[in-house]
Write a protein that binds this ligand. Sequence first.
Ligand code: DSN
Length: 430
Amino acid sequence: MAAAVRRVRDLARRHSARFARAIPLIASENLLSPYAKELLISDLHSRYAEGVPGDRYYEGNEQVDEIENLTLDLARRLFRCSFADVRPISGTVANLAVLKALAEPAAPVGTCRLADGAHISSAAFGAFGLRGVRPVYYAWDDARLTVDVPRTRAILRDARPQLCLFGLSLFLFPLPIDELRSTLEEIGAVGWYDGAHVLGLIAGGEFQDPLREGCQVLSASTHKTLPGPQHGILLAETGDAEALGRLRSAAFPGVTSNHHLHAMAALAVSLAEHLEFGGAYARQTVANARALAAALHERGFDVLGADLGFTRSHTVAVRVTGEGGGAEVARRLADAGIITNKNLLPGDKSPKHPGGIRLGTPEVTRVGMAEREMGAIAELFDDLLHRGRPAEEVRERAAELKAGFATLRYCFGAGEAAYRYYDLVGREPG
Ligand code: DSN
């Protein structure tokens, strides 16, 4: 069995070493600060704390209670709202909690289509299907790359969903919640925003502000543009105390038992760090996405949103049907040390053949890259995909570029190594 232990530790070490040399451009990934990361291996990991601070089912929770209260305070401050719940253990779990609290089975619930960039939570095979709700799809404006307001107003008036979800996993531009607010009020719908992708941008003041634009509830994961641990969060601003009670009991005991206390403590650190550094980080993340998009466009790539400034978020979408399609291009890039994912794009004919790749700048920004490096990354794309340079050569150049950005920024303890796991696992078992 020691061999299995050695093997998994070796694989984790190789994984870290690989990422240390790579250019990671997955829009939903980020790096934890050293102070947050340490808490993931603290004793908190070994404990249970079902219930709420001051009213637990277990003894020994005094420090946990204080950590949870602190995390809640920080969340309410960062997002300027009166309600937070940090017990969902992921974004999807937070979404399930909202559905359990605010929609009955078979109820119509407004959302975007997967092909227009919605998260799998909205799918029949995802959280919507688990709760048994019926999606009411908004109309999409292909030119503006966002929800089409006039046609969606008509759809909402007709179907009258009592819960309307706004949120995307291919999130290039803000959604027109403000413009739909009067229609939501007219039909009596609760506005619900899935801010997983753009949470750190919202907090940093660089994207829309859903709780001020017509949404009462915000659910999210906490590890994308908010560079926190893998966890979930519920935020709300509403006078409906009964709905808040249902959200609380949906979070626990509805969709969680224990809420991963180590991750919650790490989240407290990340929220505190974002209060300090989040504005600068969010600004540079968006600036980098726009710079990367422009640099790719200049090199002949079909970047979505060329007439719209490409993106207002951390994400860039590139149609790569001319370069071999999303799956093939993502695989070739990974082979050359550039980590992306294939992605369905609006207009794709088959979900099995995504025509695009999705790129994100949260992680490269976190290690200090700026507009200049976005140009260098676009050059690597061009050399690999348009000029036929070999993957090994591009991989070496990617590693050289990355070598100048080996430490974390925008956090306490900035300057520490960004990818440390391979340093930490020096010991070997028996
Ligand atoms: N899987 C995440 C993403 O990549 O968008 C969302 O959960």
